[in-house]
Ligand binder design. Structure first.
Ligand code: ADP
Ligand code: UDP
Length: 238
């Protein structure tokens, strides 16, 4: 497999074409951003940690029957993925209230959400990723009814698998964001699952172990991501 030219660079990852038109190389950079790119930093080792964390989680999801774009780890900061035709939507499931839902609805952080809630956001940096509903998605043609149903179904399936996985490591999966795309007619999970795109709390102490450490200047951001991985049995030096 040969890495060719950069296709696009996002806020945290860069994507490269390869000699296989169906595959891309995803480079996890150390760049970190929050608040729609208004807060930026370079965090040592973050690219490596998120790349290996994501590969570990994607393998677990594949084993549970969820189709993912992940093919293989290529290096500390690179993975080979299927080239998806991405849908411009972010799918968020929340088991516990935190972040934007608290600001929007005036609920207290830590409120248990039973059943878990589901929200769609439009992936649009200029607009600050606004929340959208299924009617918007249909009227503007961002996804078909079938794709909407499949995204919701797969996002909740991911919740079943990961809630248990994190719980076994003594952690609470508070919320997370997923992105999907199409590959040869099939809806496939793309992008990344790492502590950059979810909230994880220690079950006992409720200590924040995710990107909120960066958003809220709590320190030890990457160290905390690594501790989450280690609690799941992941060896970052392997
Ligand atoms: P952002 O776009 O939020 O700044 P990143 O820095 O993570 O995010 O950039 C990665 C980009 O690659 C995102 O636009 C994401 O939608 C896209 N992407 C993720 N997985 C795939 C894939 N398998 N095929 C094509 N594009 C992908
Ligand atoms: N999230 C993300 N990328 C985004 C927006 C949200 O990864 O562009 C994740 C975020 O880390 C959290 C979940 O989605 O785990 C819900 O985010 P929320 O709507 O609460 O927004 P935030 O308060 O993080 O801005």
């Amino acid at each position: 497999m040969e890495k060719r030219e950069e296709l696009y660079a996002g806020k945290a990852k860069s994507v490269y074409t390869t000699d296989d038109p169906d595959k891309l190389v995803m480079l996890y950079r150390n760049d970190t951003s929050a608040f729609d790119g208004k807060k930026l930093a370079q965090l040592d080792r973050k690219g490596m940690v998120n790349n290996k964390f994501n590969a570990f989680i994607m393998d677990k999801l594949e084993q549970a029957g969820i189709p993912t774009h992940h093919e293989q780890l290529l290096s500390d900061q690179e993975s080979l993925v299927k080239k998806l035709d991405m849908l411009p939507l972010e799918c968020v499931v929340r088991n516990v209230a935190a972040g934007s839902i608290c600001r929007r609805l005036g609920v207290e952080e830590g409120t248990d959400l039973t059943p878990p809630t589901f929200e769609f956001f439009l992936k649009n940096d200029d607009l600050g990723d606004p929340m959208v509903n299924e009617s918007h998605i249909r009227s503007f043609g961002w996804a078909t009814e079938e794709q909407v149903a499949a995204m919701k179904d797969l996002t909740f399936k991911v919740n079943d698998v990961l809630k248990t996985l994190f719980r076994d490591g003594g952690m609470l999966l508070v919320d997370y964001k997923l992105e999907f795309g199409m590959y040869k007619g099939e809806l496939v999970l793309g992008d990344e699952f790492s502590p950059d795109g979810c909230r994880l709390w220690d079950v006992e102490t409720r200590e924040k172990l995710d990107k909120d450490r960066f958003r809220q200047d709590l320190g030890d951001v990457v160290e905390s991501y690594e501790s989450v991985g280690r609690r799941l049995g992941l060896d970052f030096d392997a």
